[in-house]
Structures are given as structure tokens and as C-alpha cells.
Design a protein around this ligand. Structure first.
Ligand code: PMT
Length: 223
């Protein structure tokens, strides 16, 4: 195993969910466990990189020799990402970031009231798009796309619209794969150094085995 492939390189990875507070006791979130992002961090470390992990709230211990920054909301994640991205050679957005947050976070617990209540949500910043838009010291930027239908089409749309270098398409409609499991299956789409469309299908495996393949593919695509 070539454990010096990423020697001297810095990789920043987002992982886990975000939590968007509604009031002091409630939030909006999703089923991301952080396992895929942490597996990428471990793989990058094994291949010799300096690794930062920007982590939403997860129940995972910090892997050895990895710099972990804990965040909760999408806006906190964006702030940490922009601070670290320009010092990084590679940025991977594996976190499941909430697209919307509450328009107003109530300072007191919302009381039970009528039979229906309405929450107003406003759009969150797009963390990875803001990294990909950096004009100075922009890292090679890799996104994930969690989709339940039209997986290839939607993933390739995100690759283009968010100005990414690579996207890992994750079909999250299959039970036992994707969110909060040890196993996954992915298809990677990227442009090679001459701008040609590339694709790599990574069939079902453990997240740790897939992470090694993803990190090697990224290293070959960008260095
Ligand atoms: O954490 P696990 O339980 O191991 O599960 C892994 C996973 C399913 C969460 C992971 O493999 C995955 O697919 N992550 C992306 C989840 C997601 O929210 O995808 P998306 O299609 O909504 O977002 C597309 C890309 O934009 C992602 O890189 C995401 O990090 C990024 N994004 C999205 C919204 C936003 N406001 N800011 C972002 O940066």
C-alpha cells in the first residue's frame, strides 16, 4: 500500500448532519451518522495527508491524529469550511447539510398550541458551493449527492451547478446502504485534467473500503 500518496497534502472533510435549532430544545436534522465522512478522514490519514474534519453532531470518536472541529448548524459549518478550505489542497463535502433553517429561532420553548402550527424556513448557505467559488487558493473540491431518484442526472447537475471537480453519487433509496449504515455504494463523476468526462462505479462495500478508493481516485485526478 502506498501510504505516501498524499504526503504533504492537506485535506478538509465535512461529515455528519447539521442541526438547525427551532427553540432551545428542538431542531431540524437528518439521518447522517458521520460514518462515511470519518471513513474518508481515516483513509486520507492512512495515505499520508494532514486531515481536518468539520463535524456535525455525531456519535463517533475522533480518529487518531485528525484535527476535528465540531459545528452544529449549516452556517457554523460554512464558517469553519471557509477558514480551512484555502489552506487545503482537497476539500470533500460529505456532510448532509440542511438546505433550510428556521427563519426565527425562538428563545423560549415553543408551547403546545392549536391543531396546526406553521414553521417558516429560510435557505441556508451552500457550504461546498461557497468553497468551490473561492478565487484564491481554491482546493480541489469534491461533493456528495444523496438522491432517492434520478441519481446520475441529479448528481451530475450538482457537479456542474456547484462548480465542483468531482461528485460522489449516493443512491440513498436502498435499505442497508447510505445514511447511518456501515456499507455503501457510489458512482463518481469528474473531469480529468483534459476536461474529459470520467465515471467510476464503486459497488457495494464497507464505507472504509470505499473511502480508500475515493481518496485514491481524487489523488489521481488532481495531482
Ligand atoms: O453520514 P453517513 O450516515 O455515513 O451517511 C453518508 C451520507 C449518505 C450522508 C453521504 O454519503 C452523503 O451522501 N452525503 C451528502 C448528503 C447530502 O446532503 O447531499 P445533498 O445532495 O443534499 O448535497 C449535495 C452536496 O452539497 C453535498 O456535498 C453537501 O455536503 C453539499 N451541501 C448541501 C447543502 C448545503 N446547504 N451545503 C452544502 O455544502
Amino acid at each position: 500500500e502506498n501510504n505516501t500518496l498524499l504526503q504533504g497534502k492537506t485535506i478538509t472533510i465535512t461529515a455528519g448532519p447539521t442541526q438547525e435549532a427551532l427553540d432551545p430544545v428542538r431542531y431540524i436534522s437528518n439521518h447522517s451518522s458521520g460514518k462515511m465522512g470519518y471513513a474518508l478522514a481515516i483513509a486520507a490519514k492512512q495515505l499520508g495527508a494532514t486531515v481536518n474534519i468539520i463535524s456535525g453532531p455525531v456519535n463517533l470518536s475522533t480518529p487518531e491524529d485528525i484535527n476535528r472541529i465540531n459545528v452544529s448548524s449549516a452556517r457554523e459549518m460554512q464558517q469553519a469550511a471557509l477558514e480551512l478550505a484555502s489552506q487545503s489542497d482537497i476539500f470533500i463535502g460529505c456532510a448532509a447539510v440542511a438546505d433550510y433553517r428556521a427563519a426565527d429561532i425562538q428563545t423560549q420553548k415553543i408551547k403546545k398550541q392549536g391543531d396546526e402550527i406553521t414553521l417558516t424556513l429560510v435557505k441556508n448557505p451552500d457550504v461546498i458551493a461557497s468553497v468551490a467559488d473561492l478565487t484564491k487558493n481554491r482546493p480541489f473540491t469534491v461533493g456528495f449527492a444523496a438522491e432517492t431518484q434520478n441519481v446520475a442526472q441529479y448528481a451530475q447537475g450538482k457537479l456542474k451547478n456547484k462548480n465542483l471537480n468531482m461528485i460522489c453519487a449516493n443512491d440513498v433509496s436502498q435499505p442497508g446502504l447510505g445514511f447511518n449504515s456501515h456499507r455503501n455504494a457510489l458512482t463518481l463523476y469528474w473531469y480529468d485534467k483534459s476536461g474529459k468526462d470520467m465515471q467510476l462505479n464503486l459497488p457495494e462495500n464497507t464505507k472504509q473500503a470505499l473511502a480508500i478508493e475515493i481518496i485514491k481516485t481524487i489523488a489521481n485526478a488532481c495531482f
